[in-house]
Each structure stands twice: as C-alpha cells, then as structure tokens.
Design a protein around this ligand. Structure first.
Ligand SMILES: Cc1cc2nc3c(=O)[nH]c(=O)nc-3n(C[C@H](O)[C@H](O)[C@H](O)COP(=O)(O)OP(=O)(O)OC[C@H]3O[C@@H](n4cnc5c(N)ncnc54)[C@H](O)[C@@H]3O)c2cc1C
Length: 462
C-alpha cells in the first residue's frame, strides 16, 4: 500500500493508519467495512495513477463522494477508499450553452447556490443537500422535483471518467443531442461506482424560475389524495413537487420539527409546489385548488407566508430523521407505476396490521417513488432479523408484482441487493455482469455491490 505515496506524495492525503469510521460506512452507519488506505486525490491524473496502481495489484477500490448514501454502497471490503470530496471546484460556467462543468466532489448545495446566484438553476434536488454531484450521478439521484424536471441523469451532458485500469475517457460533452454510438455516459450514470470513477461533470442548467409557491391539500384518505394528484397531473399544470404524507406520519415530523400542519382532522396530505412566472404559478395553483376540491379534498391551503411554507417542508424533510431519533429503521425506496400507489399503500397498511411492525410511509406521489421506514422499535437483534426474513421479502415482492422496482432513487448498494437480485431476470443480470467485465475485468471497483453477481474476488495484501 505504501506505493500509493509514489503517486500522491503527500502523507496528509494518503492515510494508512487510524482511518476514521465515517470513511468506512454510509449515511446510516449500520455496517462498517475495512480499508488499508484512504486516499484524497486532487486531480484526474492522481485518480488515474491510483486506479492503475490498484488494477495492476488487483486491489479493491471503493469510490466515495460525501458518503450520504443509504444502501451501504460506500462500505469498503478492504483495499482503498478513494474519496473524491476534495475535487470540488467549479471549472467553468458556460452561459451560452447552459452548462456548468464541475469536479465530482462539489456538494449539491454549493452547486445550487453558485448557479442560482447567476440566474440559473440546477433542478435535481435530492433531500440531502450535502451530497456530492459525483455521488448524485453515480446513484442517479432523484428528489422532489423529479415530477417536473426529471432526475440527475437528465442533467448530465458529459462526463470525464477513469476506468478501473486507469484509462481516462471523455464521454458526451456540451451538445444537446447525441446519436453517436453507444451512450457510455448513460451507463456510468447510476452505476454506483462499479464501472468507473467520475472525475469531471458537464451539467445542463435551465433559467432560474421567477418564483415558487406551495400548497397543502388536506384529504380524508390517501386514496382521495392520490385521486387529486391524478387530476392535477391530467390537468397539465406542471407541478414541481407532488408529495404525499399520511396523517399519522405527519405527527412524527411535526413533533420533531416543532411545527403544525393545517387540518388535524385530515387523513392524509398532498404537498404541491409550482414554479415559474408569478402569474402562471398563481393561476396553476388556482386550477389545482378547483380540481382537488371538486374531487373531494377537505381543504386546499396555499402557503403564501414563506415561514408557513418553510415549516411544512421542514416537517416533510424531517420525517426520516424523526423516525431515526426514536429507533433504527430499514429504509425502503421502491417505485411503482403511479397508478398503483394506492394498491401498494393499502398492502403496506394491511401488512403493518398483520405483522405488528410499524411502517412509516411517505413519498413522491407524482412519480410513484415510495419511501417506507420499517421501524425496529424495541425488537432484539434476533427479532429484527426475523422481520428482515419475513416482512421485507413481502414488501419487495408486492412492489414487483405491481410492476415496480427495488429502488427509485437511492440505488441498490449492499442492503437492497438480495431483493434486486431475486426479482431481476437472470438474463438482465448476466448482461450487466458482462458490461462490468468489459470495463473492469479484474473487478476491483465496488465489486459485490448492486447488480454484480459473483463478487468478492478480493486480494488484500500488497
Ligand atoms: C437525509 C437524507 C435524505 C436523502 N434524500 C434523498 C433523495 O431525496 N433522493 C435521493 O436520490 N437520495 C437521497 N438520499 C441518499 C443520498 O444522499 C444520495 O444517494 C446521494 O446521491 C449520494 O451522494 P454522495 O455524494 O453522498 O455519494 P456517496 O454516498 O459517497 O456514494 C454513493 C455511491 O456513489 C459512488 N460514487 C460516489 N462518488 C463517485 C465518483 N466520483 N465516481 C464514481 N462513483 C462514485 C459510491 O461508490 C457509491 O456507490 C438521502 C440521504 C439522506 C441521508
């Protein structure tokens, strides 16, 4: 391992002893791996040098951005943790092509602030603003604005990547269209660090919307709320965010964030946001009010007061942390066709009653991505493992039965691997494995994570 110092001759950026725990885990910290070296490169050349060194010696490499993933995809199995967080510069803002070129370690919140200060907008908006752009691309991160703007993939115009053997590739660029050969760029997006290390990102921007305004639709039940969502989507109103939350879940967020939702008699809530020109936003909100009230909603509260709007979104944003403040939880991020959200939620409600396991659910009603926290409560380790063996398989089986998938935005990593592997056709998995072998024949990059079958061929002593 000491040979790494020949590539990066700076002992503050190549750590062998006393690697801090946070570099050996993910955003949840439930599983801790081990590594022989933690490396902080500052350039593509250094990344390439480290990869070539590791490839020659078959040393596993775990790329890492900000480490906020929830699926154990940054838990190393020995070898090198390659931390890209110090490659965090804005390299170029090109307003004539609506693109910004950044290094992968820049945090989402810093990129958003940088472009918004210049009248531009980077729409992907996953909940964790302290995640890195490289991590967002590697997980194809989603977020609440996906219903209008799409997900991270839709904003990646070009990438520079380093392959497992150290070769540097430039993929895509500033062109809007690309029908030129296989889209290697799109293979890398969402590949969870298994195919290449992202070292430069050319991102698409849009003009910053003039304003944005939110409303809370208070409904008797979740199915009423989802019917209202369908009406809003059919009404061609272009909402930016459409979130659903059950009343019993709202209580958790309210208590944690110290705020109140309107109409405590409601059984569920739909949070809507519209952005764009001020008059268009107002008229689309009014249409949404008519459509949802005509459809049976109890109330439609426009959050004109920015403080009230901030409170409601604060409570929504605090849901996972509110659950975690009381208990360990298993996060589920399944996605189903939007027409099947109510079927899935009815199933979850029945399963919760039958199993006695608390399930806190909320999600992106506009795109069918449902977040479920399966709560451990006071269960012993043995009882909790029993829940994993009996309850979790039923949740995933139901999602697939409804035409859904194991993950809408968090990725597969290690923690969702079993469910993903058992519900994905073998032919698909074989094809994915062949792509892995084509780009990383020695399987040193994040092997054994996500789709990679037969992983774990590690050689750790160098
Ligand atoms: C409170 C909270 C809320 C969240 N909300 C959302 C949400 O709304 N939507 C959503 O999609 N996710 C959400 N997440 C999950 C997480 O923030 C995202 O998965 C995010 O994209 C991870 O970025 P990161 O920089 O932390 O990546 P990491 O956690 O460091 O890494 C994630 C994966 O990307 C790979 N990787 C990282 N950088 C690179 C690189 N430069 N080259 C190649 N591979 C790389 C890693 O190997 C790993 O497989 C949330 C997490 C938390 C804690």
């Amino acid at each position: 391992m000491r040979g790494l110092l020949d590539i990066i001759p700076d002992p503050t950026r190549v750590v062998f002893d006393g690697i801090e725990d946070k570099y050996l885990t993910d955003g949840l910290g439930r599983l801790r791996g081990q590594a022989s070296a933690l490396v902080f490169p500052l350039s593509t050349q250094e990344v390439s040098g480290v990869m070539r060194w590791a490839y020659d010696r078959r040393v596993p490499v775990t790329p890492r951005g900000a480490g906020t993933n929830l699926v154990e995809s940054t838990v190393p199995h020995g070898g090198i943790v390659l931390d890209l967080s110090r490659m965090n510069r804005v390299l170029e803002l090109d307003e004539s092509t609506f693109t910004v070129t950044v290094e992968p370690g820049i945090l989402l919140q810093d990129l958003q602030a940088y472009v918004e200060a210049r009248g531009l907008f980077y729409p992907p908006d996953p909940g964790e603003k302290a995640s890195s752009i490289g991590g967002n691309i590697a997980t194809n991160a989603g977020g609440m604005r996906a219903v209008k703007y799409g997900v991270t993939r839709d904003y990646v115009r070009g990438l520079e990547v380093v392959l497992a053997d150290g070769e540097v590739l430039a993929l895509g660029g500033k062109c809007v269209k690309d029908a030129s050969g296989l889209s290697l760029k799109n293979l890398i997006v969402g590949s969870e660090g298994t195919l290449a290390v992202i070292t430069k990102c050319i991102l698409k921007l849009v003009p910053r919307p003039e304003t944005s305004l939110s409303a809370v639709v208070c409904c008797k039940s979740l199915s009423d709320g989802i019917r209202g969502v369908a009406a809003v989507l059919r009404g061609d109103l272009g909402p930016t965010a459409v979130e659903f939350i059950d009343r019993k879940v709202v209580g958790l967020g309210e208590r944690y964030a110290g705020v109140r939702f309107p109409r405590p008699d409601a059984g569920s809530y739909i949070l809507l946001t519209f952005d764009g020109g001020a008059s268009s936003v107002r008229s689309r909100l009014e249409k949404a009010r008519r459509l949802t009230l005509d459809g049976g909603a109890l109330d439609f509260v426009i959050l004109d007061d920015p403080a009230a709007a901030a409170d409601v979104w604060k409570a929504r944003g605090a849901l996972v942390k509110a659950v975690e403040a009381t208990s360990e939880q298993e996060p589920v991020d399944i996605v189903v066709p939007i027409s099947r959200i109510t079927d899935f939620m009815a199933f979850v409600s029945g399963l919760e009653q039958r199993s006695g396991v608390q399930m806190v659910s909320f999600g992106h009603a506009g795109d069918g991505n449902i977040h479920l926290c399966v709560v451990r409560g006071t269960r012993t380790q043995e009882e909790w493992e029993q829940v994993h063996r009996t309850v979790m398989p039923r949740i995933y089986a139901k999602a697939y039965e409804l035409g859904g998938l194991a993950s809408g935005e968090h990725g597969i990593g290690l923690s969702k691997r079993d469910w993903f592997l058992c519900h994905t056709p073998e032919g698909n998995l074989r094809a994915m494995s062949r792509i892995k072998d084509a780009l990383d024949e020695r399987r040193i990059l994040n092997d054994g994570k996500s789709y990679v079958i037969g992983g774990g061929r590690y050689a750790e002593t160098v």
